[in-house]
Ligand binder design. Structure first.
Ligand code: SIN
Length: 315
């Protein structure tokens, strides 16, 4: 492929940003209704690059929701959103230190996951985790606060066939708050998790419903254990997989500017929120929406099973 690909009929330019993950899309104004050619270009770039980025977009909450609705039904902001969504926009999940403190409590935000970096796809403890997320930057610090993304279809493809064969048959429990002990927290997050526990058994490898690719479907933020293995076997196998997920060659790092938008496929990409907040100057305020997801299915054709929590439908 040349450095950028431009579809002459639509003027859309797609520029890959790394070998496996991420492409920048130019030539689309997200505040306006998209043509079918434009939505097709975005979908096809998502299939290949798992996350796409747009710069200099002048959109507000309503326009962000209208943009997302052209790709699927928009969910409420988060299953634990409570009263923290902006007035009139239950679909918006604001991402900022202040919003997290309001939603969960101050100590919770500062907890580090014991599983190392907190790579995750959004809300995988749900039976139908959101298919896509769209995150828009309102205010960003002058440096730092970058988000990283990685391609978990590529991570799976990079494993040896024997390990792939083993993983294809396994299932794992995803549970909200278990890796950060939120379940036992005396803060707001503890009440949220205890009153509405979210937990699901998902296949360790899911088949992507649109591309047919096999995708590694565990993450260090929400995957508690691989079921039907001993705790030690589960721990060691997850450690291996989390190390593979963290390999830099699969990932891309995105530098935010006001008006930047990231649009990713949670069924094929993980992301890693920054942890350098205490070292940067200036606010970091972003707004996220998510699209209703399907129930994962493994290579054996068997779907995920809910332990606790409702289907996450449209707002
Ligand atoms: C998220 O996990 O959706 C937020 C990512 C970020 O803060 O960069």
């Amino acid at each position: 492929m040349s450095l950028s690909e431009v579809a002459s009929s639509t003027g859309v330019r797609i520029t890959p940003l790394s070998g496996y993950t991420g492409a920048l899309i130019d030539g689309i104004d997200l505040s306006r209704p998209l043509s079918s050619e434009q939505t097709a270009s975005i979908r096809s770039a998502l299939h290949r690059w798992k996350v796409v980025f747009f710069r200099d977009q002048d959109i507000d909450h309503a326009a962000q929701i209208a943009f997302g609705a052209q790709f699927g039904a928009v969910t409420p902001g988060h299953p634990y959103e409570g009263d923290s969504a902006p007035a009139g926009f239950p679909q918006i999940h604001t991402v900022s230190p202040a919003a997290y403190d309001h939603r969960y409590g101050t100590k919770y935000r500062k907890r580090q996951s014991p599983n190392g970096p907190g790579w995750h796809a959004d809300v995988t403890p749900l039976i139908n985790p959101p298919s896509h997320s769209i995150l828009r930057a309102e205010r960003v610090p002058g440096y730092g606060g970058d988000t990283q993304f990685t391609n978990v279809a590529a991570v799976y493809a990079g494993l040896s066939p024997s390990v792939q064969g083993l993983l294809d048959e396994l299932r794992a429990e995803h549970r909200f708050g278990s890796t950060t002990s939120a379940e036992r927290s005396p803060e707001k997050i503890g009440d949220l998790v205890r009153s509405n526990p979210l937990a699901t058994i998902h296949p360790v490898v899911r088949v992507h419903p649109e591309t047919g690719e096999k995708v590694l479907y565990v993450n260090p933020s929400f995957t508690r254990e691989i079921v039907n293995l001993s705790p030690r076997e589960s721990r060691h196998l997850l450690d291996l997989l989390f190390e593979e997920i963290g390999r830099p060659e699969y990932s891309v790092r995105f530098r935010w500017e006001p008006g930047s938008v990231a649009f990713w496929d949670n069924r094929a990409a993980l992301h890693l929120a920054p942890r350098d907040f205490e070292h940067v100057e200036g606010d970091r305020i972003l707004h996220r929406i998510t699209l209703v997801g399907d129930i994962p299915v493994g290579p054996d054709g068997v779907a995920s099973e809910s332990i606790s929590g409702d289907y996450f439908g449209a707002a």
